[in-house]
Design a protein around this ligand. Structure first.
Ligand code: ADE
Ligand code: ZN
Length: 335
């Protein structure tokens, strides 16, 4: 059933879709020496104790991405996985500073990603949006410079986000940057309440004007916050396999996705950095279905939420929700 339902993905870092095989291919193409001997060697290194231990390896891996073609190939490979998983709409993050800080032009990055997404819509019928994330471990000034540098390409982006090391870098640090981005007509989302406290979720909403919270699993520590998120139907883009790999929850069976769903929170299921966390979006759905004994109706609700939480036009949303309803009915008839 999970495969049969058309779905949207809303929390996906394009740099996190870099599979070890492509990493080796790009390293060879660009004459880069990797600190690994083989693809298996890379996979063995993917044992993380927390968010930072992952980020260190993830930023190093992104070093093989050099040309527009590299970013195109990376994005195209992800779109083919979308097709396999019946993802019909995707809103992807990219981290420009990871690339500009090592001398890659902003234009190189965004053009490669954008042209693959265009091709994806034409050839695969997958609609998409781009969200530019600021790295929160870097300064607010650096984020502001990135925002200004990106202005010629704002028409290719739906919004801005905030990612990287959460604890010690509260949302308030980026208040002015997000105010400026919103002034430019961009929407705001932010990672909050992944490792950081529920207070950071409040901060993302109140200081940054975030319309959607990435992760947000720590919201249950604050009942008033849960009430607010339910009342205003603020979407939470949850990434179960990521949370398990980064030890946000020790076991998937302990994950609070089902509990949040049953409280009426607008939760969605996403893959975050699938090449690093061992699963694309359908793997995430299957894992929580099994670990949390989710019913077919709960799975369908999560998928419905993915469209309701997305930044698509009303017209597209209506069409996708209709497709979903038809697919769900068809599945139930064949049960
Ligand atoms: N960058 C890529 N994945 C991330 C995550 N899960 N949290 C924060 N920053 C990230
Ligand atoms: Zn993320």
């Amino acid at each position: 059933m999970i495969h049969a339902l058309p779905k949207a993905e809303l929390h996906l870092h394009i740099e996190g879709t870099l599979e070890p095989e492509l990493m080796f291919e790009l390293a060879a193409r660009n004459n880069i020496q990797l600190p690994y001997h083989s693809v298996e060697d890379v996979r063995r290194a993917y044992e993380f104790s927390d968010l930072q231990s992952f980020l260190d390896i993830y930023y190093a891996g992104a070093g093989v991405l050099q040309t527009e073609q590299d970013f195109y190939d990376l994005t195209w490979a992800y779109l083919l996985r979308c097709q396999q998983d019946n993802v019909v709409h995707t809103e992807i993050f990219f981290d420009p500073q990871t690339h500009t800080d090592r001398g890659i032009h902003f234009e190189t990055v965004i053009k490669g990603i954008h042209s693959a997404l265009q091709e994806g819509e034409k050839k695969l019928g997958i609609t998409s949006q781009i969200i530019m994330c600021f790295l929160r471990h870097l300064s607010a000034e650096a984020a502001m410079q990135t925002l200004e540098m990106s202005r010629p390409w704002h028409h290719w982006m739906i919004g801005v986000g905030l990612d990287s090391s959460e604890v010690g870098h509260p949302p308030e640090k980026f208040k002015a940057v997000f105010a400026r981005a919103r002034h430019y007509g961009l929407k705001a989302v932010a990672h909050a309440g992944e490792e950081g406290p529920a207070d950071y979720i409040w901060g993302a909403i109140k200081s940054l004007g975030a319309e959607r919270i990435d992760h947000g699993v720590r919201c249950e520590d604050d009942q008033q916050l849960v009430n607010y998120l339910v009342e205003h139907q603020v979407p939470l883009t949850v990434c179960p396999l990521s949370n398990e790999k980064l030890k946000v929850f020790s076991h998937l069976e302990d994950h609070n996705l089902k509990s949040m769903l049953n409280k009426g929170l607008l939760v969605t299921v996403n893959s975050d950095d699938p090449a690093y966390f061992g699963g694309y979006v359908n793997d995430n759905y299957r894992a929580v279905q099994s670990a949390l004994s989710l019913t077919d109706d709960e799975i369908c609700q999560l998928v419905k939420n993915s469209f309701n939480a997305s930044f698509i036009s009303t017209e597209l949303r209506t069409g996708y929700l209709q497709q979903l309803e038809n697919a769900f009915k068809e599945f139930q008839q064949h049960e």
